[in-house]
Design a protein around this ligand. Structure first.
Ligand code: NAD
Ligand code: ZN
Length: 273
C-alpha cells in the first residue's frame, strides 16, 4: 500500500497506554447552537462526506466503550483480552469473554443516531461510514457503504486454518469441523492486520471527502487514530469527552452522538423546508 505507512506494510492494531487522568473529564454541556447550524451547513454543501465512528457511537445503545472498562464482563480489561496473545495462551478465557460480549450484543439495538446516518446516506448527505465498532449497527440501521475496520462480531472463522464457521458453533464451544482448531469471531485483535479492503476503502473515502465527521472515539487505537490527519477537507469531532487530538479539528461538538446527530438533523430538515 502506498501513502502514509512506509514500506507498503499494512499497520498492525495497537492500543496507546491510556492516560490516567484527563482535564475536564466528564460531560461538558451541549455545544453552541451556532456550531450545530454551521456544521449542518457544511453537511448540506459538501459533495462527499465521510463518517468515522468509534465505541462512543454505540454507548447510547447500551454497549460500553473501552473507557468504561469497569462495566465490562468480570471487570476484565477488554484491551487485554482482545489480543492474539490472549487467544493463543488462554483460549477458554478468550472464548468465554467473546461469548459474553456476543450475548450482551443480542440485547442491544442501533439507536437513532445510527438510523440518522443511514437516512443521510440515502439523501446524499453522507457517502461512507468507516467504523472501529464490531457491533454491526451501522449495517443493521441501513447504512450501505460501511467499512468495518476492526471486523465484526457477527461472522466467525477458525483461527488455525481460516475456514469460515457459524455463530452457533462458536457459542457452543465447538472446535473447527475441518482441522479441530480454535474458532473465533472475525474481529481484528490487537496485534493483527486490518482487513485491507476496509482499510483502503476508508482511507480513500477520508482523503476524498470534503467533510469528515468523527464520532465517539478516543483516537487512541492505531492505525485508525491516524485517519483524521489524512483528511484534506473540513474535520468535525462529535465526542463526549475531550481527547488529546481535539486540536486538529475545525469544530469540536461536545455531546452524545445520538443527541448531536438529532440536533444536526433538525437543522438539516429546517433548511430543507
Ligand atoms: P474508546 O472507548 O477508546 O473511546 C470512546 C470515546 O467515545 C471516548 O472519548 C468517549 O468520551 C466517547 N463517548 C462515549 N460515549 C459517547 C457518546 N454517547 N457520544 C459521543 N461520544 C461518546 O473507543 P474507540 O476509540 O472506538 O476505541 C476502542 C476500541 O474498542 C476500538 O478498536 C473498537 O473496535 C473496540 N470497541 C468496540 C465496541 C463496539 O463495537 N460497540 C465497543 C467497545 C470497544
Ligand atoms: Zn480449522
Amino acid at each position: 500500500m502506498s501513502g502514509p505507512f512506509p514500506g507498503g506494510r499494512r499497520p498492525v492494531v495497537q492500543s496507546k497506554e491510556r492516560k490516567k487522568s484527563r482535564e475536564n473529564g466528564g460531560v461538558v454541556g451541549v455545544t453552541e447552537r451556532s456550531d450545530i447550524r454551521e456544521v449542518a451547513h457544511w453537511i448540506r454543501t459538501s459533495n462527499y462526506t465521510a463518517v468515522l465512528t468509534g465505541a462512543g457511537m454505540s454507548t447510547e445503545s447500551g454497549i460500553p466503550d473501552f473507557r468504561s472498562a469497569g462495566g465490562w464482563w468480570r471487570q476484565v480489561d477488554p484491551r487485554k483480552v482482545a489480543t492474539v496473545e490472549a487467544l493463543e495462551t488462554d483460549y477458554p478465557f478468550f472464548r468465554d469473554f467473546y461469548r459474553a460480549r456476543i450475548e450482551g450484543l443480542r440485547a442491544c439495538r442501533p439507536h437513532r443516531g445510527h438510523y440518522l446516518l443511514a437516512e443521510w446516506e440515502a439523501k446524499g448527505w453522507v457517502h461512507a461510514v468507516a467504523t472501529q465498532n464490531v457491533d454491526g449497527f451501522h449495517l443493521q440501521a441501513g447504512s450501505r457503504t460501511v467499512y468495518e475496520l476492526h471486523g465484526s462480531l457477527h461472522t466467525f472463522r477458525c483461527h488455525d486454518c481460516g475456514s469460515p464457521a457459524e455463530e452457533p458453533e462458536f457459542m457452543e464451544g465447538r472446535s473447527c469441523s475441518r482441522c479441530g482448531g480454535r474458532l473465533r469471531p472475525n474481529i481484528v485483535l490487537f496485534g493483527e492486520l486490518l482487513p485491507s479492503d476496509a482499510w483502503e476503502g476508508a482511507l480513500a473515502a477520508i482523503r476524498w471527502a470534503d467533510l469528515v465527521l468523527v464520532i465517539g472515539t478516543s483516537l487512541e487505537v492505531y492505525p485508525v487514530s491516524q485517519l483524521p490527519s489524512m483528511a484534506k477537507g473540513k474535520l468535525v469531532f462529535i465526542n463526549l469527552e475531550p481527547t488529546a487530538e481535539d486540536g486538529m479539528f475545525d469544530r469540536v461538538i461536545r455531546g452524545k452522538a445520538g443527541e448531536v446527530l438529532a440536533a444536526l438533523d433538525g437543522e438539516l430538515r429546517a433548511a430543507e423546508a
